[in-house]
Write a protein that binds this ligand. Structure first.
Ligand SMILES: [Zn+2]
Length: 312
């Protein structure tokens, strides 16, 4: 069965034409910076055309950032997509413009976790926590081989669990959440605040006004920058607290760590997270914390997997 999977990201759209998770073709486009949901719909339609059009696929799947109302194709909130303010029925709008082909929509982190579970680092495991460390921190839980979404779609949102009561302000407005310590955006805010207080750091020298990317963090770490080392130490510690809590609560044997920052910092970063997690575990569980295996394409491949389920 041929299906198309689209990973709708804050900066780019990645698409694959796939069969059973095997990629036959891929294509990409920039995410429109203006025009809100309608501009995004146009960009997805054009990407689907680049991959052979609606006739080439039995269904289309989309992994979208933000809060998706389970089973409806409605993106309720998408703070990382410009102009996406009100809930929008993305699935229905796309299907209309794609000759009625079925369109499934799920959260981008959920679909990436599905891909890792079906084809990547967690293949064959019944129970998995996937944590994606990038601009923010996303998470997803698979129990007994099934994605756990929860009635409001928030299951697995490990980025917004508290790792330090009354701690640092999170992008969501809460305090002490994991994402404030381990998300790239939270770490960037902290680095700029420390620099403003007089700490010298390569992080700001390398990204004076532009976004402090994952590569900037990697270069500053390699250069022995004290602020970068401190921020990554805090991130590892916070990830260890949150992951150990989830592992103990659910008795998990495998945790997958991926996302832009984790991919860039590599296996050493993931192994530090494993140590930080193990040091706080209750009991002697044979826990494995492994790097995600599918990299950049995990979201698009995962989106193709939800498309397979939606196909007639
Ligand atoms: Zn938060």
């Amino acid at each position: 069965m041929a299906v198309i999977g689209i990973d709708l990201g804050g900066t780019k759209l990645l698409g694959v034409l796939a069969d059973g998770g095997e990629v036959k073709a891929d294509a990409k486009q920039k995410t429109p910076t203006q025009g809100g949901p309608l501009a995004v719909v146009d960009a997805i339609v054009s990407l689907v055309k680049d991959l052979g059009g609606p006739k080439a696929a039995d269904a289309v799947g989309v992994g979208a950032p933000g809060l998706i109302v389970p089973g409806t194709g409605v993106v309720a909130r998408a703070p990382n997509l410009p102009g996406w303010v009100d809930p929008f029925a993305l699935g229905a709008a796309l299907s209309d413009l794609l000759d009625g082909v079925p369109v499934a929509v799920d959260n981008d982190v959920n679909v990436a976790a599905l891909a890792e579970h079906r084809l990547g680092a967690a293949k064959g495991e019944p129970d998995v926590l996937a944590v994606f460390v990038g601009t923010g921190v996303g998470g997803s839980v698979i129990l007994d081989g099934e994605l756990r979404r929860g009635p409001t779609g928030l299951a697995g949102e490990i980025g917004h669990v508290v790792v330090r009561p009354d701690g640092r302000l999170c992008g969501c407005g809460g305090r002490g959440h994991l994402e404030a310590y381990a998300g790239r955006a939270g770490m960037e805010r902290r680095a700029r605040a420390l620099e403003a207080k007089g700490r010298d750091t390569m992080l700001v020298d390398l990204a004076p006004a532009k976004r402090m990317t994952s590569s900037v963090f990697a270069r500053a770490l390699a250069g022995g920058d004290a602020v970068a080392i401190e921020l990554i130490d805090e991130a590892v510690k916070a990830l260890g607290v949150a992951i150990a809590t989830a592992v103990t609560l659910l008795d998990l044997g495998v945790v997958i760590v991926g996302g832009g920052l984790a991919d860039r910092l590599g296996a050493k970063f993931v192994s530090r997270i494993e140590q930080a997690t193990r040091s706080q575990l209750y009991g002697e569980a044979g826990l494995r914390v492994a790097p995600a295996a599918l990299g950049d394409l995990s979201g698009a491949i995962g989106a193709s997997l939800i498309a397979e389920k939606a196909a007639p």
